[in-house]
Design a protein around this ligand. Sequence first.
Ligand code: ASP
Ligand code: MG
Length: 411
Amino acid sequence: MALVVQKYGGTSVGSIERIRNVARRVAKTYDEGNQVVVVLSAMSGETNRLVGLAHEISEFPAEREYDVLVSSGEQVSIALLAMCLSDMGYRAKSFLGWQFPIRTDNSHARARIAEIPDAKIREELQEGGIVVVAGFQGVDTNDNVTTLGRGGSDTSAVAVAAALKADVCEIYTDVDGVYTTDPRIVPEASKIERISYEEMLEMASLGAKVLQIRSVEFAKKFGVVIHVRSSFDDQTGTLVMKEDDEMETVMVSGVTYNKDEAKVNVKGVPDQPGIAAKLFTPLSEANITVDMIIQNPSKDGITDMTFTVPHTDYKKAMGIIEEAAKTINAEEIVGDENIAKVSIVGVGMRSHSGVAAQMFQALSAEGINIQMISTSEIKVSCVIDVKYTELAVRVLHDAFGLAKSDVVQEG
Ligand code: ASP
Ligand code: MG
C-alpha cells in the first residue's frame, strides 16, 4: 500500500463534470489499495474573479481580508469533490487549512508554510478515509487565514506530501508533463521523462509555468518526488526528482523564455566605490527584484550599468533610478520594455564545455543580437529583442537536438 498525494489544478476541477472525473481518478487510486490525500485548487478562473472583486471594492485591499476572500475558491472545490466521492460510496472529508492546521508565517498573500501536523490526516487515512485538502491556504500563529501566492496549491501539495512522507506527490494539470520548451512555439517539443530539482527550479524561474517555484524548492528540501501529469489521460508524465548520473549525459534539457522583464540602462556613471549600492539599495527598499546586472569596464573613469526588473515594476524602477542617478551624477537613463530573456537549462552543462558558445552561434546565425548574458552552473540566459523570442526559442531547441525525432534517433 502506498500513500499518494494527488493535486488537481484549476482546469482539472473547472466544472462539475471535471470534478466528477477527478473523483473517478481518486477512487481508482484508492481502489488499487492506496491511501489517498487530495489537494485541490479553486475551479479555474475563480481565484482571478475573487482578486478582481477585491480590487473593485478597494484600491489597496487590506491584506488580511484579501486572504480571507481569495482563499474561498478552494473551499468550494474541496466540498464538491468530497460530496461526489461520498455519493460514490467512499468515506471522504474535506479540510480547510486551519483544520490541521497548515501553519504559515504571517506574510499575507505570500505566506510560507512552517509546519503541517499530520495527526488528523493519519487518523482519517487509518479509518479508510480519503482526505481532501484545500490548497493555497494556511493559518498564521495568530489564527489569521493566509494564502501562499498565486499557484500556491502546488506548494500545499508538496508540503502535505513531505509532512506525510508520501511515496509520491502527483500534480495533475492540463499538460501531460514538463516539455523541452513551450509546445505552442515548437510543436516538436518533447516531454521530459525525468528532470532534476535544480533544472526544474531554473526552468520555473526562467518562464516555464508548470509548477510554482516554491513547490520545487520544498520538494528539493524534503526529497519529495513530484510526478507532473495530465488529469485528462493515463500517461506517465514527468518525474521531478534528485539528480542522477544519467541526467548529466544530456547537455541541455530545456529552452525557456520570459517576456516579463524590462531593461534599464544607466549611462555615463563616474566609476567610484558605492555607485552600485546607490542605485540598487533604493530599488531593494522598494521591494523591486533586480535580475541581470551588467557593469561595463570603465573608460576614462566613466562606466555604464544595465539591469533588468519585472515589467510590473518598470515604471516604479525608472522613477527611483532617475532620482538615484542625480546623486551619482549619471548622464542618462534609457529604458527598454521590448526585451525577452531566452535561456537554456541543463545539469549536463557542468560536464560539457562549449554549450554557451553553441548557443551564441545559433542565435547569431539567425542575426539575433544578444544584449545581455548571464550564466549559472546549469543555465545560460540571453536578453534579446522581444520580437525575436519565438525564433530564438525555435533555433535553440533545434541546435541542441531537443525535438522528439532527435531524441528518438539518439536513443
Ligand atoms: N487558486 C490559486 C490560484 O489560482 C492557487 C492555485 O491555483 O494553485 O492561484
Ligand atoms: Mg496552478
